[in-house]
Design a protein around this ligand. Sequence first.
Ligand SMILES: NC(=O)c1ccc[n+]([C@@H]2O[C@H](COP(=O)([O-])OP(=O)(O)OC[C@H]3O[C@@H](n4cnc5c(N)ncnc54)[C@H](O)[C@@H]3O)[C@@H](O)[C@H]2O)c1
Ligand SMILES: O=P(O)(O)OC[C@H](O)CO
Length: 333
Amino acid sequence: MTTHSAVLGAGSWGTTFAKILAEAGNHVTLWARRPEVADAINASHRNEEYLPGIGLPATLTATTDAQEAITGADLVVLAIPSQTLRGQLEGWRAAIDAEATLVSLMKGIELGTTMRMSEVIVEVTGVSQDRVAVVSGPNLAHELADRQPAATVIACTDSGRAKRLQRTTTTPYFRPYTNVDVLGCELGGAVKNVIALACGMAEGMGFGDNTKASLMTRGLAETARLGQALGADPQTFAGLAGLGDLVATCSSPLSRNHSFGVRLGQGASLAEATAATRTAEGVKSCRSILDLAIKAGVDMPLTEQVVRVCHASVLPAVAVKQLMGRETKSETA
Ligand SMILES: NC(=O)c1ccc[n+]([C@@H]2O[C@H](COP(=O)([O-])OP(=O)(O)OC[C@H]3O[C@@H](n4cnc5c(N)ncnc54)[C@H](O)[C@@H]3O)[C@@H](O)[C@H]2O)c1
Ligand SMILES: O=P(O)(O)OC[C@H](O)CO
């Protein structure tokens, strides 16, 4: 099934997803904020700044005119930093076709409102929830741009729409599964960034695999606890958008959240780590996730310590001491 797709955001994941759509046989227009990025994609089929060494299909075209990309598109894919979505979408919504499917690639929770990205999309555009799909899973952009095989989840409350999107995006190296649990998939994608910051810090402090496995496992436990309180399907957290993405992000040097954490663990300041890393969603979303947890009455000790390190100048070593000094308890409590 061929679509006309607009991908809004020509960073590493937006460009990679546009490449996947184009290689699956769709017509794709990629919106880039900067003319030099759009020009390089059109002239040399490259986006070296975000995807070094990767050739892009000649059928993939870029523009800096978002209206041009959106007009007539039956898939509108959003791939910009989470905290910028609301402002951008307000300028784009009028051009979105009445029947279009809106697809979120973003993994963050909005500061202040504690809304998930699909909720921001519904609120700003006024589309019904069943027109919004979320793509989430172990999808490090550069590996997929290099056509290394991976699976993902397409979550949408309209399972028919999810299946159509699944057919539209399947390639020999990209295997999407469908799920109707949008809430669980979005929480899995956002919270794993916070746990990846913690794993990075552990690595930066010189700790090994026991520490990282403990952080991943207890990180997943607190993600599932939040999900259960908010009404997510517990099975989602054992799937690609839960465990799968958590393992990939917490283990990979390609992850910006992981690298950001490594820098903090090695003693860099927040400003130094920010200057050295692109979009590390967990740094901002840790605060909105903690707000969400407090509202829901859920204990998220790892997230709480990441917030303290990132936003209250607490040293990672002090955060470790706090975590390890808590009262002992049952694993299933
Ligand atoms: N990179 C990955 O491997 C990956 C994989 C899955 C999901 N994601 C998620 O996708 C989303 C986008 O990440 P990315 O990796 O493409 O980020 P990126 O930093 O590589 O690119 C971000 C893009 O957004 C643009 N941008 C930055 N600020 C903007 C603003 N204020 N308004 C409009 N555009 C702006 C940039 O110019 C750039 O084109 C994030 O939520 C991320 O968590 C990333
Ligand atoms: O580079 P990160 O840390 O944003 O992680 C990338 C993806 O979310 C992995 O699935």
